[in-house]
Write a protein that binds this ligand. Structure first.
Ligand SMILES: [Cu+2]
Length: 204
């Protein structure tokens, strides 16, 4: 009787150890956690581990665009010849997250500004220009494009800005969350809009 009890206890202990053992094993537990968090921590880890500024930038943009999960639109920018150009590979996307992959194929620095048009009747070939640039107005933490009467005709949704260093030969990825509507993609560095560096774009 006593032997049987001991054997039963041993069996229970053995079964418990068998059942719980694998789940509590340190390596498998850490492995699962590392996989779950790898996408979120990718950006930080890459930034810390790499001393090369260029590589840092590449991995950061890959990480952020990956988490956005939207369409990728390549935008070619040129400044040779009589007209400057801003040419997206497509002029329409589904509303939602979009990554613009802006490639500067020209010889000088450019930028990409994504503007949602608030006035459907605006003539994009004749936007209001002061000192060779579109007028950008800050209001309530939002940047607008204004017409000659000071009306806000477009709202800036995303911009590479001058810190992105979209210099000759470089590519910068710009994430934007687009609601359905009519958009203007433009480079607003002095004279570039007037030289043709803009295009219409739709989110449906
Ligand atoms: Cu430009």
């Amino acid at each position: 009787m006593r032997t049987a009890l001991i054997m039963t206890l041993c069996l229970i202990v053995a079964l418990t150890a068998f059942a719980c053992g694998p789940a509590e094993e340190p390596t498998s537990g850490e492995g699962e956690m590392a996989e779950e968090h790898s996408s979120e921590e990718h950006e930080t880890a890459e930034t810390e581990s790499s001393g090369n500024e260029h590589e840092d930038h590449g991995s950061m943009t890959m990480s952020s665009s990956g988490s956005m999960g939207g369409e990728r639109i390549h935008v070619s920018m040129t400044d040779q010849g009589e007209m400057y150009t801003m040419v997206p590979e497509a002029h329409s996307v589904h509303a939602g997250p979009v990554t613009f992959v802006a490639e500067n194929e020209g010889l000088i620095e450019h930028e990409l500004i994504v503007v949602k048009l608030l006035d459907m009747n605006v003539d994009l070939t004749a936007l209001h220009v002061v000192d060779t640039q579109l007028v950008e107005v800050e209001s309530g933490g939002v940047t607008y494009i204004a017409d000659a009467a000071g009306r806000h005709i477009g709202q800036v949704i995303a911009a590479t800005g001058h810190d992105a260093h979209l210099t000759a030969g470089h590519t910068v990825e710009l994430n934007a969350d687009l609601t359905a509507g009519h958009y203007l993609l433009v480079c607003n560095i002095e004279t570039h809009y007037q030289l043709g560096m803009w295009t219409e774009f739709e989110a449906t």
